[in-house]
Write a new protein. Structure first.
Length: 132
């Protein structure tokens, strides 16, 4: 999975916080205070589309952009990718489990008891990480 740069993350945050698609102009407006050129945001969205992070659809002369997956799916994939870097996955998992709060542990426990079903769309690519 591709890690996002600061501006890419800011653009994705705009898209994740919306309930529908956004044009480049709407993203630029939502990033007010950052003093970004329209073409800069357009380039970032184009790159995000190339990375599979956003889907786009043509509406007249403009493109509308939607996240390809939810924020929770992206974060979960980052966590899995980080776990892949561990020499000992079990040790990394135990260390992580010991670092979460009681409420977070309850959420993890409930998810495990539910049989590993996910909410929010699974991995950003939509592919299962289960190994056959």
């Amino acid at each position: 999975m591709t890690r996002l740069g600061e501006l890419e993350r800011a653009v994705m945050d705009v898209l994740w916080d919306r309930s529908g698609p956004a044009t480049v102009r709407e993203v630029v407006d939502a990033l007010d205070g950052r003093d970004l050129a329209y073409t800069t945001v357009m380039t970032v969205l184009d790159r995000l589309a190339g990375k599979g992070m956003v889907e786009r659809e043509r509406h007249g002369r403009a493109w509308s952009y939607l996240p390809a997956a939810g924020r929770d799916a992206y974060i979960a994939q980052l966590m899995l990718d980080a776990l892949d870097l561990a020499g000992e996955r079990d040790a990394a998992l135990v260390r992580f489990a010991r670092s979460v709060t009681g409420d977070e542990a309850d959420v993890l426990r409930a998810a495990l008891e539910a049989g590993g079903t996910t909410t929010g769309g699974g991995t950003p690519s939509g592919k299962s990480r289960d190994k056959a």
